[in-house]
Write a protein that binds this ligand. Sequence first.
Ligand code: BGC
Length: 713
Amino acid sequence: MTVDEKVGQLNFYVGDLFNTGPTVRTTESDKFNDLIKQGELTGLFNVHGAAYTRRLQQIAVEESRLGIPLLFGADVIHGFKTVFPIPLASAASWDMQAIEKAERVAAIESTAAGITFNFAPMVDISRDPRWGRMAEGAGEDPYLGSQVAMARVRGFQGESLSEAKTMAACVKHFAAYGAPEGGRDYNTVDMSERSLRETYLPPYKAGIDAGAATIMTSFNELNGVPASGNEFLLRDILRGEWGFKGMVVSDWQSINEMVAHGNVENIAEAASMALKAGVDMDMMGDAYLEEIPRLIEEGKFEEKHLDEAVRNVLKLKFDLGLFDDPYRYSDTARESQEIRAKQHLDVARDVAKRSIVLLKNEDHLLPLNKETGTIAVIGPLANNQADMNGTWSFFGEAQHPVTFLQGIKNVASPNTEVVYEEGCDLYDDSKDKIARAVSAARSADVVIMAVGESAVMNGEAGSRSNIQLPGIQLDLMKAVVATGKPVVAVVMSGRALDLSWLDENVASILEVWTLGSESGHAIADVLFGDYNPAGKLPVTFPRNVGQVPIYYNHKNTGRPYDGDYSEPKSERVYKSKYRDVQNTPLYPFGHGLSYSTFEYSDIRLSADTIGFDQTLKASVKVTNKGPYDGEEVVQLYVRDLVGSVTRPVKELKGFTKVMIKNGETKEVEFEITSDDLAFYTIDMTHKAEPGAFHLFIGSSSERVKQTGFYLKN
Ligand code: BGC
């Protein structure tokens, strides 16, 4: 290979269908043809279609000098044409089988359309709902986040990358992209190495350990060094400590952006720094293509770094089987049979109903009777098809999703009258439509309010400084609630919202995130009790935005305060608290109700002391007190009471989702070893320290039974 051909293998462009950032080239298809022939492109992303990718592949294989096949990449973030719930939503299912199954379907559909390299899963931990990309991850917890990362990677990659129905996963965005200052996308990240390692790195590592073939760098700087030129992240941790043998891709022009960050003077320096640090593939930057050959010629860059990157890229193409059969993934017959196949939509409906979280259900208003006389369905998201696909749904089509209104009509009895009013617009502040909504509510037996965020209000570049219901939706809610009719709020969002007013004033609240193709059916399944909701929050819901960042696994501080202000002032004045809001969240991490009540027995431990090589068994009996069959996510938390460095007040260490029939009792058992108790100690070694621990089991991070044990040398 010539130096130019090598650099071409590192050069990755967006196709001509859509893009998510500034482009450096024109993106007419003809242009690609020449670039492919000249070997200047390793592949294209966000292109799809079996026939189209086959045509492009043919140019690469038959008309370029070396005949190296192209990679086709894409952001298949929550399904391809069959659209699944956004990742934050499916994380709320705490159901790893359901998640894996959905990603399997995503891979089957994508690969039929030629896509071999998926820019997912995004595994960035986020404790800040102002950040729009909270929608794309699994929330705030490193343990849950790691389980979800593994399930997604398994779903995309299956047993073998070379199979025609599997695609390479890409763990992103390495690293700590989910912790931008102020929750503003792309902003600076500054944190201790201990926080980085304890909270942010585990899901990336879990994805890599599950076999993810690739990883993407992030846009942010981390402690002064942009991720795309960060040797500490890419060499020391990723390749060194974790032994990653796969391929590293930059994010969109993130190599070039180092110039703006201000750690290099020009793109040549940026290219040189990124390639040396171990970024193999340059997404959309042209930095390698334009700079590296000249730098090598001038003796300013060692070709061995280029060779290493090219090897990683070619190995990926080999592993995908592209050298055996470059057309393996572009299968028009499969494409027409499999895309949006009935069984795929069934999976979408199943995972969607599992993603719904019942936040509140006063007086058992839900489930509704299918024979309810008149149901008023009100709100700007009620009859809204386009927004159901959610953020990052390039391939999902606007005419496909089942709206809330349609789903309710399909599932309610034909005798039930379903009336609809939009009530207000998502963007326009006019109150003209509120009066009609109020009169529809007055004539109904029950009102379902479909409110929340549109697809573009979260996701990339979707940060918000206000996390209440957007626009005048709260005014609409207030007017409808004032009718005194029973109201169910169905809240759609890509983040934790401030739902304080709703919590105080509305009988029942369902957090439905964004559910994709089968949105309406899934919410109707839950509203009418065909499915008993079992989702649990993967993120803390604050009382107001001023509490942010708020997360369950926080430290205790030297002046903890967990009171409700009822203590005498002298007891609470110099405590860690606000003067205008409690410290507790509105809804804690792990919270989610069922139509049944689950009763937990006291915790039984196999021992009160364990050694470093022993296993502690902790069990509880969970009884479904009825009146429905249902699933419960039983959660295990631990607190290390004294450490060489301070420890969080609780840390999730395990969970099990169990189906318990009405009236039935099941025993749930967890095992804990010293490995589960390890953390980064004062000298940054990862190990457990002997001492006393609290152990909690319960139905959320707050509703728990508690006991304790000792770890001894
Ligand atoms: C995003 C990535 C995405 C890429 C390609 C970037 O703007 O940060 O997550 O994979 O675009 O679409």
